[in-house]
Design a binder for this molecule. Structure first.
Ligand code: GMT
Length: 372
């Protein structure tokens, strides 16, 4: 098949998922054309069946807001026509679904029909998409998609709750390449981070408000009172400085490292003992799944779809949003001794296998085939 993939190229989960999907499809022999405004972060190295088309957004003094969506729709038309694509798969509704609708209409006038599949990822529905500035366009363009998928049951339910959707939404859960994340820790790296064998806690996100990164700092500060530990913060974003300020205020700054945006998540996760995800909402929590695939148990909130991946008392624990005390106790109960930690690690790795790339990518292929 010749498949066009549209996504955000940045470190967010939807872009990561879309890029990993494209790579997996290319490895299975499909021709995959990425259409984005920048090379997606996980699209590194040369893969023969992958093509990359950059969306150029020319500026003009008249434009306070360069019309990205128009440029995207035009690029879609160009790529679909010139490469004779079979279908277009857009990830994250805004503005990808509406740009795809526009491209589809243009091509229809020229006699070419292009099926559009929209995958909903989370904030496109639960936060940004619900804003009345966007909602009518989001509702319309989702309904106009030939197929709609959501990355969790929770997100499917939220979409029906908040939008007037007339079509079925298929749940195709996120996936992880388990083999890639089953890494042995790099000893030298572990020694730098935890020179005295301290427990290593970790959080990875885009540090947006919704992630409640201050809660991560608070949980870590509580754990630190009970046992030697280090905290790795991976990623970057608007709340990073707030987290840093709080760490200073709580006197735990020396035990925390901010390692910034990282591509080699598997190497970092390999040295971690516990992953903390304190979000107010997660449609799925791909970062937590990647942690589990690396054998790292998760203490998270029970928000959104997190309960669909994190199994209470088995792969980790969950608590209500903002319940620092419970999450701190849960973290300590996992980390308290080597035997308990080992059991949680094994459970996490085992459970992640359900979400292995080999099980999920065929579901997308099956969906695509319906339209060919
Ligand atoms: O979490 C973010 O802020 C990034 C966002 C994105 O769209 O890139 O992530 C969403 O999609 C991921 C992949 O499907 C999910 O794993 C995340 O849970 C979801 N984020 C939220 O729902 C907040």
């Amino acid at each position: 098949m010749k498949i066009g993939i549209v996504c955000y190229p940045t470190f967010g989960g939807s872009g990561v998922l879309a890029t990993e999907l494209g790579k997996a499809l290319a490895q299975k022999g499909h021709m995959v054309h990425f259409i984005t405004y920048q090379q997606p972060v996980r699209l590194n190295g040369f893969i023969p069946n992958i093509f990359y088309h950059e969306v150029q957004v020319p500026t003009y003094p008249l434009f306070d807001y360069p019309p990205y969506e128009t440029a995207l729709a035009s690029t879609m038309v160009d790529v679909i026509k010139n490469n004779n694509l079979d279908l277009l798969h857009v990830h994250y509704a805004i503005p990808h679904a509406s740009a795809a609708y526009m491209a589809k209409q243009i091509l229809k006038k020229e006699g070419k029909s292009i099926p559009v599949i929209t995958t909903l990822h989370g904030t496109d529905i639960t936060l940004v998409g619900r804003d009345k500035t966007y909602a009518p366009v989001v509702t319309f363009s989702i309904n106009e998609s030939d197929a709609i998928t959501a990355v969790s049951q929770n997100l499917r339910d939220e979409t029906f709750k908040h939008f007037d959707i007339k079509k079925e939404i298929e749940v195709i859960v996120n996936f992880v390449d388990v083999s890639r994340f089953s890494r042995k820790p790099i000893d030298a790296f572990k020694k730098v981070i935890a020179p005295n064998g301290e427990r290593v806690l970790m959080h990875a996100s885009n540090f947006r408000k919704i992630k409640r990164v201050q809660d991560v700092v608070k949980i870590f500060a509580t754990v630190l009172k009970q046992m030697p530990a280090k905290l790795l913060f991976v990623g970057d974003g608007p709340e990073r400085s707030t987290a840093e300020d709080l760490a200073r205020e709580l006197g735990v700054c020396d035990e925390i490292r901010f390692v910034g945006k990282q591509e080699q998540m598997e190497d970092i996760l390999a040295i971690a003992d516990l992953f903390l995800l304190t979000s107010e909402y997660e449609s799925f929590g791909l970062a937590a799944l990647e942690a589990m695939a690396a054998g790292v148990p998760v203490v998270s909130t029970n928000a959104g779809g997190l309960g669909e991946i994190n199994i209470q008392g088995k792969t980790g624990y969950m608590a209500n949003v903002g319940d620092i005390e419970t999450m701190s106790n849960q973290a300590m109960s996992i980390l308290k001794d080597d035997a308990t930690l080992k059991t949680f690690k094994e459970n996490a790795a085992e459970h992640a296998k359900i979400f292995d790339i080999a099980n999920i990518v065929p579901l997308y292929e099956k969906l695509y085939e319906k339209f060919l």
